[in-house]
Design a protein around this ligand. Sequence first.
Ligand code: ZN
Length: 153
Amino acid sequence: MIVVFILLGMFLASFYHFFADRKSNNQSIVKPSPHCDFCNKKLKWYEKIPIFSYIIQGGLCNNCHEKLPLSYFLSEVILGFTFGFGYYLYGISYELFAFLIIISLATIICISDFKYLVILDYPLFISVILIIILKYCYFGLTPTLKAIVSGII
Ligand SMILES: [Zn+2]
């Protein structure tokens, strides 16, 4: 299970980084499909595998041999092991899911703030909604309403 969470963290980090890059620049996350920032060559499926692709390609684009952003590799390693560590600490529990949501939010904010000096709205809104749903599922209506009210105050 720890390995599953490590892999989940790595793949999500890859997506979060992609999301932060695109949304910070007001681009769609659907089009164009992932490509090299330097030569615009579309990435093949095996060039999108977290960590593995970066190591296999030696951190360089296959086509133009420009250096790929190290931040992709670092965020994949860090989030992968943070997810694994979260599962190791909490097991399947409310604490684990809250931890994963907050760490995910922090990851997206770190990337977009560090690279573009932007803090995106979407991830904040989505995280708030996810936390409210999570709280409701684990504790029911009254504690959830209390949390919302205290949050607003
Ligand atoms: Zn390239």
